[in-house]
Design a protein around this ligand. Structure first.
Ligand code: SF4
Length: 894
């Protein structure tokens, strides 16, 4: 076994530290007890990282128009296309669309090439879709894009307000830190402000299920209430801020009465009053906000309305308090540091400032500096659609799935003369449209740094050999830069050299004028860079040791050193509901998946929590739309349509829908959520309105439902609907169809493939419309298919477990088509705890046997005892089962 390598998780913005060991090519991943973000804890996604590093499906060689050509020819092709477009149409005819998945060093080189050498601002990142509203709000309020807090502040706070954040699922380790702090100090309160009743609400002291899009109204109400009740710090406001009076006037005029605010937000007055009183009466308050705030056409104002409340009460710059934007991606903040957004320059320098542009040009010895911001993501693809962008280079992201109005983005790429995609995965919805494909090194194969949500810069370190012809993104960027004639600026040999330039730039003529200063990390050399331990910027000197908290001296980064209140007027989402589209569609993440599943989709245990896309809807709405739980429905908007399984979990309010974002054209027939999301963006930040699209639901009528489990692939392309999940020993397809085959037997053989050496066992009940078949070879199950007229089909889990066996016993073989295990206990049920692979049936049995809380279940089955992400689900199961027992009069409640 190799010595443990310290690295960081490549998923969410918590930025957990890892210890990775490799044995016989297999990576074992543990949480790093010394990393300040997680102190050794990991969530289900981080714990399963070792399962995602195989080479199946990897892009391992450069391709031009589908032909393997070697690096030189591929790089020549990229440089030729970019040079030709620039020469004929100018620098703004080319673009980079990059990603919060990139390492800071990749990001730095991409930004330097586009803004400093090609001379265009047209480089934007998928972080635009995630937290650009928070960035814009920070700049407006603080004078720079600054997150003032540390994770530790969440533990020190007496009131933690979680706004638009399903923290339990999307930032699970941070959520567990909050829960632990709350358990240690029961007086600490947690308030969740979210239209959905998510698992995060499970342990909250108060949940405010506000009407979608009314956050500004709610926080304006808070601002006005703080002023009315004297819960302000006038000395701080006077000495360290500007603009309070105007912001307050707007707040008073728009939200001066608690009862009116409650009505506008769709809340009961008592709950809202309780929140306002708690905020007003608690010194140590952290307001953590995420995509529910940012992904809105009013996202910047929403974030500023939160910051306003913290400024008025001076709850900022001290332990246990502050507004806290948490990012979705592992290196969203690193991208911001190097100017990865189209409207930012590197090192927090500003486009609008001619001195900053000059400084950067001199530092880079740049031949052609961009003089104005480039196009933000949605506008950039629109310009491509209109033919203004002739060549684009996409890195580490899948915009055909993730952009709003994603069919338009796909059409834009089809119209673009040269599409270059650097990726680790060969087949994605976006790589399918590439003229040039460049194979990138993946997590575990590359070296660099990332910055997490609380400004900790951490190393990602290589622990696997570099496979095939893959190369780091910074390397391919440098190679193209040289071919474009910019060799001098791009002579980097290692990521340490790039980091060094980045650190030196941050300190250039800084003198405390910009908070982003990591000059203390310049000159580390290869060995210092190799040893670099997590550190929180600013790091202005080698001795500084990092900065846990900003603004402690009351100094902000506008020219006058003061913070600014921003008056925020409530405004509704861009597109109103109407008779045709009467529901608000909200989108987001689920517990065990990441983005478009190109990595988490490879980990069997992560695929077994939700194996298929669902749309969550209120049961009352489902009834009125003629849709039944478990059936397939169409979700239709003005921009497109998708198909998903209807779920009525009780988490969404009437009039709302929730859809997870993860499925793509590669994993389903019709579930790219981006295709139905409206393209409206925030006018300041350019962040799309992913949380509010008018929609309707229609039954998706099929004549049969079914599922396939197979070691191979099933020929599902012509079916009315299908979804695929990788489960390790086998693939699972959920399928449905309209046309009924004349002979199911022939259909099954065409679907699963004929195998002359295999036995087929089949069962058909013509009257009931059910058909089942299994293909068995040498007493080993190869595939099976179950079909019936209704969505209620047998459990997939026991039959699925048979794929892990080299041979079926006679009893198992006899039980396959009846889905009857030799012992009932052999069917674990659908996975609830991904860390220990504990299924629903085992948990139900434990509850029936007296485990009536999550800790008792944990003691019996270990479920919920690692990352804790499934604890809310365990609690719900206990509640539901005990309620059912109580209703039956059979329960023994403890
Ligand atoms: S919380 Fe989970 S996904 Fe996020 S960084 Fe930590 S281990 Fe990775």
């Amino acid at each position: 076994m190799s010595a443990a390598v310290r690295s960081t998780c490549p998923y969410c913005g918590v930025g957990c530290g890892l210890l990775v060991t490799v044995e016989n090519g297999a990576a074992q991943v543990r949480g790093d007890p010394e990393h300040p973000a997680n102190h050794g804890a990991l969530c289900s996604k981080g714990s399963a990282l070792g399962e995602t590093v195989g080479l199946d499906g990897r892009l391992l060689e450069p391709l031009v128009n589908g032909e393997a050509v070697g690096w030189d020819a591929a790089l020549d092709a990229v440089a030729r296309a970019f040079r030709s477009a620039i020469d004929q149409h100018g620098p703004d005819s080319v673009a980079f669309y990059i990603s919060g998945q990139l390492l800071t060093e990749d990001y730095y080189v991409a930004n330097k090439l586009m803004k400093g050498f090609i001379g265009s601002g047209n480089i934007d990142t998928n972080s635009r879709l995630c937290m650009s509203s928070a960035v814009a709000a920070h700049q407006r309020a603080f004078g720079e894009d600054l997150v003032p807090t540390s994770y530790e502040d969440l533990e020190l706070a007496d009131l933690v307000v979680l706004v638009g954040s399903n923290t339990a699922w999307c930032h699970p380790v941070l959520y567990q830190r909050i829960l632990k702090a709350k358990a240690a100090r029961p007086g600490m309160r947690v308030v969740v402000i979210d239209p959905r009743r998510t698992p995060t609400c499970d342990t909250a002291d108060l949940h405010l299920p506000l009407r979608a899009g009314t956050d500004v109204l709610l926080f304006n109400g808070l601002l006005s209430y703080l002023a009315r009740t004297g819960a302000t710090d006038e000395a701080f406001v006077r000495a360290h801020t500007n603009g309070a009076a105007r912001a307050l006037l707007v707040a008073d005029n728009t939200a001066g009465e608690v009862s009116a605010v409650a009505r506008g937000c769709g809340l009961d007055v008592e709950s809202l009053q309780t929140f306002y009183d708690w905020f007003a009466g608690t010194e140590r308050v952290v307001t953590l906000f995420s995509q529910g705030v940012n992904q809105s056409s009013a996202g910047t104002d929403k974030a500023n309305s939160i910051i306003n409340a913290h400024l008025l009460s001076a709850r900022i710059g001290k332990p246990g308090m502050g507004p806290f934007s948490i990012t979705g991606q592992p290196n969203a903040m690193g991208g911001r540091e190097v100017g990865g957004l189209a409207n930012m320059l590197a090192a927090h320098l500003e486009f609008e400032n001619a001195d900053h542009r000059r400084l950067l040009q001199q530092f880079w010895q740049s031949p052609r500096m961009a003089t104005r911001p480039g196009l933000k993501a949605v506008d950039l693809f629109e310009a491509m659609y209109e033919g203004k962008i002739k060549a684009v280079w996409i890195m580490s992201t899948n915009p055909v799935v993730s952009l709003p109005n994603a069919d338009r983005a796909r059409a834009a790429l089809r119209r673009c003369e040269c599409v270059v995609v650097s990726d680790v995965v060969a087949h994605t919805d976006t790589t399918a449209l590439a003229h040039v494909l460049l194979p990138a090194t993946a997590w575990g194969e590359k070296d660099g740094t990332v910055t997490n949500s609380d400004r900790h810069i951490s190393r990602q370190r290589r622990f696997l050999p570099v496979p095939g012809e893959t190369r780091p993104d910074w390397w391919s960027l440098c190679q193209v830069a040289r071919r474009l004639g910019f060799a001098e600026g791009f002579n980097f040999a290692t990521p340490a050299e790039i980091f060094d330039e980045h650190a030196r730039l941050s300190a250039l003529e800084n003198n405390g004028t910009r908070a982003f200063d990591i000059g203390g990390l310049a000159g580390l050399g290869e060995s210092g860079y190799a040893r670099l331990a997590p550190i929180q910027w600013p790091v202005p000197t080698p001795e500084s040791g990092g900065t846990p908290r900003l603004f402690m001296d009351g100094r902000f980064y506008h020219a006058d050193g003061k913070a600014r209140f921003v008056p925020t007027r409530p405004r509704p989402p861009t597109f109103a509901l109407d008779e045709e589209f009467p529901l608000v569609l909200n989108t987001g993440r689920i517990r065990d998946q990441w983005h478009t599943m190109t990595r988490t989709g490879r980990a069997p245990r992560l695929n077994s929590h939700f194996v298929e896309p669902f749309v969550d809807m209120h049961a009352g709405d489902a009834l009125s739309f003629g849709a039944r739980e478990g059936t397939l429905v169409r979700v239709v908007t003005r921009w497109g349509r998708i198909v998903a399984r209807l779920r009525t979990s009780g988490e969404v309010a009437r009039g709302s829908l929730f859809l997870p974002i993860h499925w793509s054209g590669a994993t389903s027939s019709e579930a790219r959520v981006g295709a139905i999301v409206n393209p409206s963006v925030d006018p300041v930040s350019g962040e799309p309105e992913f949380k509010s699209t008018p929609a309707r639901v229609e039954p998706f009528v099929v004549n049969w439902y079914g599922f396939v489990l197979t070691r191979g692939t099933a020929a599902v392309r012509d079916l009315s609907w299908w979804v695929r999940a990788e489960l390790g020993s086998h693939r699972r397809y959920e399928i449905a169809g309209r046309s009924v085959p004349r002979r199911w037997s022939d259909w099954a053989r065409a679907l699963l493939g004929t195998d002359a050496a295999a036995d087929w066992i089949e069962y058909e009940d013509v009257g009931a419309g059910t058909y089942r078949a299994a293909c068995i070879r040498d007493e080993r199950i190869e595939s099976c298919v179950f079909v019936g007229p209704r969505p209620e089909l047998p459990s997939r889990t026991w039959v699925g477990s048979l794929f892990e066996q080299p041979r079926l016993s006679p009893a198992e073989r006899a039980g396959v088509l009846a889905n009857r295990p030799p012992a009932a206990s052999m069917d674990a049920g659908e996975t609830v705890c991904a860390c220990f692979r504990v299924g629903s049936r085992a948990i139900e049995a434990a509850i029936a046997q007296g485990c009536h809380d999550s800790s008792a279940i944990g003691q019996r089955l270990k479920a919920g005892t690692n990352c804790g992400s499934c604890v809310p689900e365990l609690r719900r199961m206990v509640r539901d089962i005990l309620n059912a027992l109580r209703t039956d009069g059979r329960g023994q409640l403890t």
